[in-house]
Write a new protein. Sequence first.
Length: 290
Amino acid sequence: GSMTAMTVFFPLDTARLRLQVDEKRKSKTTPAVLLEIIKEEGLLAPYRGWFPVISSLCCSNFVYFYTFNSLKALWVKGQHSTTGKDLILGVVAGSVVNVLLTTPLWVVNTRLKLQGAKFRNEDIVPTNYKGIIDAFHQIIRDEGVLALWNGTFPSLLLVFNPAIQFMFYEGSKRKLLKKRLQLTSLDAFVIGAIAKAVATTLTYPLQTVQSILRFGRHRLNPENRTLGSLRNVLYLLQQRVRRFGIMGLYKGLEAKLLQTVLTAALMFLVYEKLTAATFTVMGLKHSRKH
């Protein structure tokens, strides 16, 4: 589900990342940004970094879903789930998977995805990696092993993003299932989209800071040292507001909403269909009626 959805809407994430990291790129509509990237960098530029991003996303989401549902099965134990329990389980699963395990992968993926980009900001230091392994090697050699966990602090806060998403999704699903036997494709698509839209809008400023920290190639001091410290989170938020106003914290939100909402909706749709098919094949659907 994750791989299908992310592949379809991957160019939207490329546009979002350019707007977040490259501060001097003028805010435009998402189609205009994509056309600009294609014109300057080639037809396949919006899909740059597709393979490492998809690989990490699939692993992350697979373990997240597995952890979430395993914890839910252990805690609920046949009882009715609640919104509060879904939120707590989402936070726990997100902390273990998205932060502690996958941050180094996302740091490398962010840099590979932006490699070769035509930046407007002269303070950005370009990268020159030959691939995933070489990126890991250069980051550890030049910046230290802790640089692989750049953006961990905002990432810890951002575990509330999937937690809020699952809380709204599961809550909406329970309400619908009180009125009907099962969700339709449209039901899963709509409530998945709404859940992700709410979570994305509430946490977007932290996502902007997270992207900048992961990229870690801004010069933000007289010594021209590259950014890589968690202590810069508040500084980045203040600078963003000072230079662009409060809306500077939401630069690229249009592309992010389009990408994440459509991706999440399609992911949940595929997820529900595969789950239903699996239950049917295993003969569990019949046993659930008794």
